[in-house]
Structures are given as structure tokens and as C-alpha cells.
Design a binder for this molecule. Structure first.
Ligand code: SAH
Length: 340
């Protein structure tokens, strides 16, 4: 049976029309599930019994099973179990500008980036829309606060689950749904070019982040196999077109890996690659994992790398660190649990 949480308002309106009801019922239902956060259809006190019975027949209100929560001052990490017993995770972070959640988009990931835990576990399946929505709703319920920002940067490659991501954005962004402004939603991709192009044609003003992690094809090929299909030579012009078409600034993520992509030459090469693009470079200190050989760059190396980019006049930030204490880096909680 379908989950009520996976439906965009359009689809719910269509559903009500198809069962001979008025379409405003969709708004009522939306208010109950997204603003009032009810647990079952019976709680919808302004909805007729006959409609409730029909909803019960057609949809479930089931939530995800929370297996584990790790809590720290500014960050919580959630391990969820899905109805087929697969596991995913979400990370909640408190910033001075609001509360953000990093959600997963797939069980595992097929992109096999060498430094990433999620890739080690391979993709099992795409997440359904409701499984992405429920990560936000249930974390918000757990902390008793509204979540203001969503980043799709957890386990999985969102553009390998494109249609569901688009449906997901609709409900997250809907004022009657989760009501999170499009500027507060970020989708992160390793660079699947055809989907970036498709995404640029959609009417949503959400942010795009691209996991770059290398200033040239040689290094990128060695750590991100996707680059052999969509090389920088094609990716960068695609991003340029994306920026021109959408008028939006793109973020490039760049993990600093000791001895691999963190030299002064690499920093200069990165500037040459990105100069003239309306973008931010977000330098990410690598979260070391148990299973892989990559090492985090030294603090002084990270600062030198930052200074070079800054001096060259590009926009650059160093990602504030949140999760390493509670292994909140991508895929780590899930893989820890899997090793038990
Ligand atoms: N597949 C998408 C989104 C998920 S990965 C993408 O590639 O963008 C989210 C981000 O976390 C990516 O930039 C990824 O490269 C990065 N990441 C993965 N493992 C990491 C680690 N151990 N430390 C720091 N960042 C990591």
C-alpha cells in the first residue's frame, strides 16, 4: 500500500477528485500530516468518517523505525530502519542561521567514490519519496522543533533517484507541506551531467552542490569513477550553462585528502578551473574512516589551500566540523552498525 507521506499536493488533489471528493481535502490532509504531525488518519478531526475510512483503505500512515540516535551538542545522528529492514541515516545540525538536516536518498550508492563509506556498501535500492520526507518529519518530531534547511547529502546519489527527488522537493517546498523555502534546499551530486541539465529546466529555485574533490581529470579519475563517464571537460561547461540558465550560484564541494588533492599547485589549478563561474568553493576536512586509506589534510595545509583560493579572488569557505566525534560522516553510522 502507498504511503500518504509520498504524495505531492497535486497528486493528492487528483486522488480526491478521483474518489468523488472536493480537492480542498488535500489541503486538510496536508495540514494534519505536515503541520499537526498526527500519527494516524483517525486523528483528522475535521475530516468526514467516510473519507477517513477510504484513506485508510488506500494509504498507510506508517513511519520509519528509529533504530538509534547519537546526540551531541550541535548534532544528532539518526539511524532509521525501513519496512524492508534496510537502513539509512540522517544528520541534524544546529547552525546560527537555523536547523538543517542532511538526508539520505538511496540505500547504499553506486558511485563508488574511493574515499566514501556509502559507496563501499553499494546501492541496494532508491528511497521512496515518503522515506525521504519521513526523515525530516521524524527528526523534527524528535527534537520538537521546526527544521529550516534540508540538504540531500547523506547516503546515495540523488540524481540516480531523480524522479523521486523531484517529487520530494515539491512536498518539502510546498507552503502547505513542510514549507521549507527552495533557497533552503540543497541537492548534492557527484556530477551526473544529463540530470544536471534536466534539473536546470525545472521551475524550482533549489541550490545545487557539486562534489568536485579534484582540480583535474587525472586526480578526479583516480578517486571518483563517475569522472570517467562525465569528465571535468564536460562537467564544468554543463555547470556554466546551469548557472546561466538558472541565475543561481553553485557550490563546489572539495574534500581535502592528504597528499592527493591538497597541494598549492592543486589550489591554483582549482582556481583556474573555476574562475569566472558564479560559485562557492566549500573545502571539507576529510572525515577519516576505519575502512579506507585516505588521510585528512593537516590543519595548516587546509588553511594554506584556503588562503591561495581567497587570494585568487574566488569565494571559498572551510566547512565547519560537526560530526566526526559521533561518526556523522556520510555512511559511517550505517556501516558501523553493519559491522556489528
Ligand atoms: N552523492 C552525492 C551526495 C552524497 S555524498 C554527492 O556525491 O554529492 C555527500 C558529500 O559527502 C559528498 O561531497 C561526498 O564526497 C562527501 N563525503 C563522503 N565521504 C566523506 C568523508 N569521509 N569525509 C568528508 N566528506 C565525505
Amino acid at each position: 500500500m502507498k504511503s500518504i507521506y509520498g504524495l505531492s499536493r497535486d497528486s493528492l488533489e487528483e486522488y480526491f477528485l478521483s474518489i468523488g471528493e472536493k480537492k480542498f481535502k488535500a489541503i486538510q490532509v496536508y495540514e494534519w500530516i505536515y503541520q499537526k504531525n498526527i500519527n494516524c488518519f483517525d486523528d483528522m478531526s475535521n475530516v468526514k468518517k467516510i473519507v477517513i475510512d477510504r484513506l485508510k483503505k488506500d494509504f498507510t500512515c506508517d513511519k520509519l523505525n528509529i533504530l538509534k540516535i547519537e546526540r551531541d551538542k550541535l548534532v544528532n545522528k539518526y539511524l532509521f530502519e525501513l519496512s524492508d529492514k534496510e537502513r539509512i541515516e540522517s544528520v541534524l545540525m544546529r547552525h546560527d542561521y537555523g536547523i538543517s538536516i542532511c538526508i539520505s536518498s538511496q540505500v547504499g550508492c553506486n558511485m563508488t567514490c574511493k574515499f566514501c563509506e556509502s559507496g563501499r556498501l553499494k546501492k541496494v535500492r532508491n528511497l521512496e519519496v515518503n522515506e525521504m520526507i519521513l526523515q525530516i518529519l521524524q527528526v523534527s518530531e524528535d527534537i520538537g522543533e521546526r527544521i529550516s534547511h534540508v540538504v540531500v547529502m547523506g547516503i546515495g546519489e540523488p540524481f540516480d533517484n531523480f524522479d523521486n527527488i523531484v517529487e520530494f522537493i515539491k512536498t518539502v517546498n510546498d507552503p502547505k507541506g513542510l514549507n521549507i523555502g527552495s533557497r533552503h534546499i540543497t541537492i548534492s551530486t557527484c556530477g551526473i551531467i544529463p540530470k544536471i541539465i534536466e534539473f536546470s529546466k525545472l521551475p524550482y529555485q533549489v541550490n545545487l552542490a557539486v562534489s568536485l574533490h579534484a582540480p583535474n581529470d587525472e586526480i578526479r579519475n583516480s578517486i571518483m569513477p563517475i569522472n570517467k563517464v562525465y569528465s571535468l571537460e564536460k562537467l564544468i561547461p554543463t555547470i556554466r550553462d546551469y548557472i546561466n540558465r538558472t541565475n543561481r550560484r553553485v557550490t563546489f564541494e572539495y574534500i581535502l585528502l592528504s597528499g592527493i588533492n591538497d597541494s598549492k599547485e592543486n589550489a591554483l589549478e582549482l582556481c583556474t578551473l573555476l574562475r569566472g563561474l558564479n560559485c562557492y568553493i566549500n573545502l571539507i576536512p576529510y572525515n577519516e574512516t576505519n575502512n579506507l586509506q585516505f588521510k585528512r589534510s593537516k590543519k595548516s595545509t587546509i588553511l594554506d589551500f584556503y588562503d591561495i583560493i581567497k587570494k585568487e579572488g574566488l569565494n571559498v569557505t572551510i566547512r565547519r566540523e560537526f560530526g566526526s566525534k559521533i561518526s556523522a560522516a556520510c555512511g559511517q553510522l550505517r556501516s558501523k552498525k553493519e559491522d556489528l
